[in-house]
Design a binder for this molecule. Structure first.
Ligand SMILES: *[C@@H]1O[C@H](CO)[C@@H](O)[C@H](O)[C@H]1NC(C)=O
Ligand SMILES: *[C@@H]1O[C@H](CO)[C@@H](O)[C@H](O)[C@H]1NC(C)=O
Ligand SMILES: *[C@@H]1O[C@H](CO)[C@@H](O)[C@H](O)[C@H]1NC(C)=O
Ligand SMILES: *[C@@H]1O[C@H](CO)[C@@H](O)[C@H](O)[C@H]1NC(C)=O
Ligand SMILES: *[C@@H]1O[C@H](CO)[C@@H](O)[C@H](O)[C@H]1NC(C)=O
Ligand SMILES: *[C@@H]1O[C@H](CO)[C@@H](O)[C@H](O)[C@H]1NC(C)=O
Ligand SMILES: *[C@@H]1O[C@H](CO)[C@@H](O)[C@H](O)[C@H]1NC(C)=O
Ligand SMILES: *[C@@H]1O[C@H](CO)[C@@H](O)[C@H](O)[C@H]1NC(C)=O
Ligand SMILES: *[C@@H]1O[C@H](CO)[C@@H](O)[C@H](O)[C@H]1NC(C)=O
Ligand SMILES: *[C@@H]1O[C@H](CO)[C@@H](O)[C@H](O)[C@H]1NC(C)=O
Ligand SMILES: *[C@@H]1O[C@H](CO)[C@@H](O)[C@H](O)[C@H]1NC(C)=O
Ligand SMILES: *[C@@H]1O[C@H](CO)[C@@H](O)[C@H](O)[C@H]1NC(C)=O
Length: 401
């Protein structure tokens, strides 16, 4: 009799797990990227597993475990302080770039084919860059991904820019001579004209000196050259380990971060209008519903919302003791008053452009009607478990009832 009860419980439990999936645990420095209605969360510290969130569904972010997550950790890179960008033939692969010393036995680049839902380790041709972390990649052109500087596993950070061709899987180095000083913990955003803007960060990870926020390096992807953008408006305080996204209406939003020199921790939102390069302070109508301070997090735009995910609120830089599993949703549909909300829905949504912190390429338009083979398969699994569960229960009742 106990055997049957255990059977029923285990089948029902499996069925419940198949429905809800396992939610990502708390983490610092994961990467986030949106492809075809799936928000991918890759790696992190201390949890380094990977997931996607099905954003074609409605959910409530106040209960992360109830959100439609799918684990994609099999074969995935196991690391943090990474960056992820879209590439591949049909913009349907995710390239995860970066290695800390603790992860340098892993390849510098991993690929996730979102169509086949499989990971592969990339052995890149060309002369690959030295392993590095605290970088922010940026996709542009036909399958190209740029990385700049970062914290080297070998020390002696340099100001080198590298271009990864995600179609041929090979690297080339920039020949530009006027590259900005070495930096890490910055964010790169691909602008609508396909050039790349670099925001924030600290000059040397080991030296507490932050880059200015009113002179921003711009990499011209067409002629392999650098220039400086001088911004107007009120300049945000310098920071690193913040998040940055590009919205469909051509604004860069940055959120949170830390100033390692003054040990200031931020939960502020700033807006950079990329047609005028004017900064302004973002208005959040209900700041108390957002994080008290946040850094080492990641962000992405999905429909009318900026997802602000994971990270830490610890006042204990550089060894934060609180890592977060929280997801905050900022409704960015109204230009001059943003608001923290808990309920997510992609609808009504006709067109959207998407961005992730670590990338910035406006990518795929969410196609609300598409269903993934993975979720269809998990439905088959779920129904299978339910049927087995009901069968066992019927058997139990027939025998003992
Ligand atoms: C989402 O969660 C919040 C906080 O628990 C709650 O106030 C709100 O009603 C929930 N929304 C839905 C649609 O359940
Ligand atoms: C990639 O390499 C790492 C480290 O050797 C390994 O753990 C992982 O399973 C590999 N992934 C694939 C898809 O082969
Ligand atoms: C991928 O997306 C980029 C930027 O949105 C676009 O310029 C490029 O043409 C796309 N590539 C393919 C192969 O669709
Ligand atoms: C990934 O997480 C596992 C489980 O916590 C841990 O044993 C492993 O060392 C981590 N890998 C890296 C490279 O941090
Ligand atoms: C950063 O570190 C490198 C190598 O250690 C050094 O050459 C460079 O001057 C440093 N830059 C700054 C701005 O401190
Ligand atoms: C830099 O110059 C080399 C040699 O001419 C060339 O092969 C490479 O494509 C150039 N890199 C870029 C980013 O243009
Ligand atoms: C690259 O193009 C930009 C914009 O067209 C121009 O201002 C700049 O001088 C060019 N740089 C080089 C090195 O050709
Ligand atoms: C950009 O400005 C920095 C100072 O913030 C300067 O060192 C650098 O040479 C400038 N770069 C270019 C390409 O003008
Ligand atoms: C961790 O988070 C809690 C709750 O927000 C906060 O009270 C505490 O100060 C944080 N710990 C550190 C070391 O910052
Ligand atoms: C919102 O801001 C963008 C860029 O700043 C502007 O182009 C657009 O017209 C604004 N929309 C509204 C409804 O104010
Ligand atoms: C913030 O809100 C105030 C009051 O609604 C408005 O006057 C101001 O323009 C807003 N600021 C921004 C950056 O939208
Ligand atoms: C059912 O779930 C298991 C474990 O989660 C998975 O390995 C298997 O591929 C799934 N089957 C289908 C048809 O999706």
């Amino acid at each position: 009799m106990y055997y049957f009860i255990i059977c029923i419980f285990s089948f029902l439990l499996t069925a419940i797990l198949a429905v809800t999936g396992l939610a990502p645990g708390p983490r610092l420095w994961p990467a986030a990227v949106l492809v075809n209605n799936k928000l991918y969360i890759i790696g992190g510290l201390p949890n380094n597993d990977s997931f996607y969130l099905d954003v074609s569904k409605n959910f409530n972010v106040s209960d992360v475990a109830s959100m439609p997550w799918t684990d994609i950790s099999t074969g995935a890179p196991r690391k943090d302080s990474i960056s992820a960008c879209i590439g591949g033939m049909n913009n349907d692969s995710i390239f995860v770039i970066g290695n800390k010393p603790s992860a340098s036995f892993q390849p510098l680049v991993s690929q996730f084919d979102t169509t086949k839902q499989v990971w592969s380790n990339v052995t890149a041709g060309g002369a690959p860059p030295v392993d590095r972390y605290y970088i922010s990649c940026a996709s542009f052109g036909k399958g190209l991904i740029a990385i700049f500087s970062g914290a080297y596993v070998t020390g002696n950070d340099n100001n080198d820019l590298w271009l990864f061709n995600s179609l041929s899987l090979s690297w080339i180095k920039s020949n530009a001579t006027t590259a900005p000083a070495a930096r890490s913990g910055y964010r790169a955003i691909t602008l609508p004209d396909d050039n790349i803007l670099y925001i924030g960060g600290s000059y040397n990870f080991s030296i507490t000196s932050l880059t200015p926020m009113n002179i921003l390096p711009l990499y011209n992807t067409k002629n392999d050259s650098w220039s400086n953008i001088t911004t107007s408006g009120q300049t945000p305080p310098s920071r690193m380990f913040f998040s940055a996204v590009l919205t469909p209406n051509k604004r860069i939003l940055i959120f949170g971060g830390v100033n390692d020199a003054s040990l200031s921790y931020y939960n502020d939102l700033w807006i950079l209008d990329v047609s005028t390069y004017q900064w302004s302070a973002g208005n959040i109508t209900n700041p108390s519903l957002g994080p008290s301070n946040l850094y080492d997090h990641t962000a992405a735009v999905v429909g009318n919302y900026m997802f602000v995910c994971f990270g830490t609120n610890s006042q204990n830089y550089p060894t934060p003791t609180n890592s977060s599993s929280k997801i905050y949703l900022l409704d960015i549909s109204k230009n001059d008053s943003y608001q923290w909300v808990t309920d997510f829905s992609l609808y009504p949504q006709t067109t959207t452009t998407t961005t992730a912190t670590t990338t910035s390429t406006p990518t795929s338009t969410p196609t609300p009607l598409s269903t993934s083979s993975q979720s269809a398969a998990s439905k088959i699994n779920t129904s299978l478990y339910l049927i087995i569960g009901i069968f066992i229960e019927a058997l139990f009742l027939a025998t003992f009832g």
